[in-house]
Design a binder for this molecule. Sequence first.
Ligand SMILES: [Zn+2]
Length: 307
Amino acid sequence: MYTNRVIGEYEQGRPGPLLIFIGGMHGNEPAGVYALSRVFLQLEVFKTPFFGKLVGLCGNCAALPHGKRYIDKDLNRLWSRSEIARVRALDAQQRNTEEQQLLELLDLIERLLEEAEGEKLLIDLHTTSAPGGLFSIVSNDAYNRELASALHAPVIFNLMNSLSTTTNVYIEDMGIKGLAFEAGQHDDPRSVDIHEAAIWLLLEQAGCILPEHVPETEIYHERLITAARHLPHYVQVTYRHAISPDDRFHMYPGYTNFHQVYKNEPLARDKNGAVKCPTSGLLVMPLYQPQGEEGFFIVQQIDEPPQ
Ligand SMILES: [Zn+2]
């Protein structure tokens, strides 16, 4: 597994936005790393005309070789101002694996942000343990909404209220733009293809590459449109089922992302017995892996982004 922190950098000296992509923030989600490698290879081979700068970073370089979500702590739960300040105040030997990973990433990201003169974007590439996890997670900011819409996939709002320490919170705190994107199931080769298409479409949407210079742009649009064909456009989170390892949470088999579920439907079991669905809606991110802080989310379809 690729574990160099910097997957690639590409620029041609033309002014434009800075796009930082992170793949493998969770060590069992290599699809984003593979997709970024493919994109950098294409850019280098074809010398694609480019405005601004693209940087691809590996998220959890310590957990990726082990195929584990994390070694000591979830790296994507450390991005709030208070967590960053807490980790920075620790002595080096007190820091756990992911706290060290966080600081290495922040050193690079903050240097890049300081040097950049145009728009600054951070895109965090993920995959899910259940099938069908194709969606963007954004703050309700007009630019970010447009960015997410360019990917044709469902857009989840209000997830940040439940997950206050992810990269989305850092994006908002730093006053930059961006989103988190989920491309499908962890080990499905199609997740790499979806991430690859999404990276090209985001480069196009951000103005780094002209549409005529994106190789096979129609194929990338079509790939995402087809994958998202039966999925809702906008949803918002109405329930988060938080868990801890002591709960011994086990999702019942067969659930996928955006599966319609009903109030009182038994979805899982834990140490107290059946876990019943508290409200009808669409299931998102049902947990089918040993490590995780949420058993599932329930979302509701909405016609317009929330105000
Ligand atoms: Zn993830």
